[in-house]
Write a protein that binds this ligand. Structure first.
Ligand code: G3P
Length: 215
């Protein structure tokens, strides 16, 4: 499973990248707005730190505007993937842009039909938001199960980015479905590496090693 980091924070990106397990980055307007940095410079710097796909979101409404904006975003760096919200305008833009070779991540996916249409339009990634479904008492992971089967049934190359992840169990469940990618906030990544028994075990080993050194 590929792990993407869901953040636009340079410190978090640098730190996680140094662990050697980050395959890509996803950003969105809300994440970018927290950083108070010039947008183009921020994206270029993220793309310099992480060589894998870096999703950057389009904020235009009409397909022609999305296409123009996406072409500009794609010029920021070779590894930019343009995030386009699902919708009729987004589908039209995705068809045109994917034929030009610009990679698209279709975002704000909340149903299997949205994912199917995005795949047909040629998107490289779909981003179903599981946490936001869980928040309204719908099982987000059911959606992932369905999209995995649908894309597999018809041999689509579109990859599934499980997004809106809130805790490590979401990552485990996503991995069990066979979804290609989990995009995780840095706080979730930190929790994924930790276990209290590891800490207790390590402390004991180090204490016992002191006895070996003294003996
Ligand atoms: O990047 C999109 C997605 O992961 C947002 O997550 O926590 O705002 O629902 P959240």
């Amino acid at each position: 499973m590929k792990i993407f980091l869901d953040t636009a924070n340079l410190e978090q990106i640098k730190e996680a990248a140094s662990w050697g397990i980050v395959d890509g980055i996803t950003t969105n307007p809300s994440l970018v707005s927290k950083e108070n940095l010039q947008f183009d410079d921020l994206i270029k710097e993220i793309c310099r730190i992480v060589l894998g796909p870096v999703s950057v979101e389009s904020v235009s409404g009409k397909s022609d505007d999305i296409i123009e904006e996406a072409r500009g975003l794609a010029k920021l760096a070779d590894n930019v993937v343009v995030k386009i919200p699902i919708g009729v305008e987004g589908l039209k833009a995705t068809k045109v842009l994917s034929q030009e070779g610009i990679q698209i991540n279709t975002t704000l996916i909340f149903s299997p039909t949205q994912a199917l249409l995005a795949a047909k339009a040629g998107t490289r990634f779909v981003s179903p938001f599981i946490g936001r479904l869980d928040d309204i008492s719908h099982d987000g992971m059911d959606l992932i199960d369905q999209i995995v089967v649908i894309l597999d049934n018809y041999g689509f190359e579109t990859e599934i980015i499980v997004a809106s992840i809130r805790h490590p169990l979401h990552v485990v469940q996503a991995a069990l479905t066979g979804a290609d990618i989990a995009t995780v906030p840095f706080a979730v990544l930190e929790k994924m590496v930790k276990h209290p028994l590891t800490d207790i075990g390590l402390e004991k080993f180090l204490k016992d090693w002191e006895k070996v050194k003294q003996g």
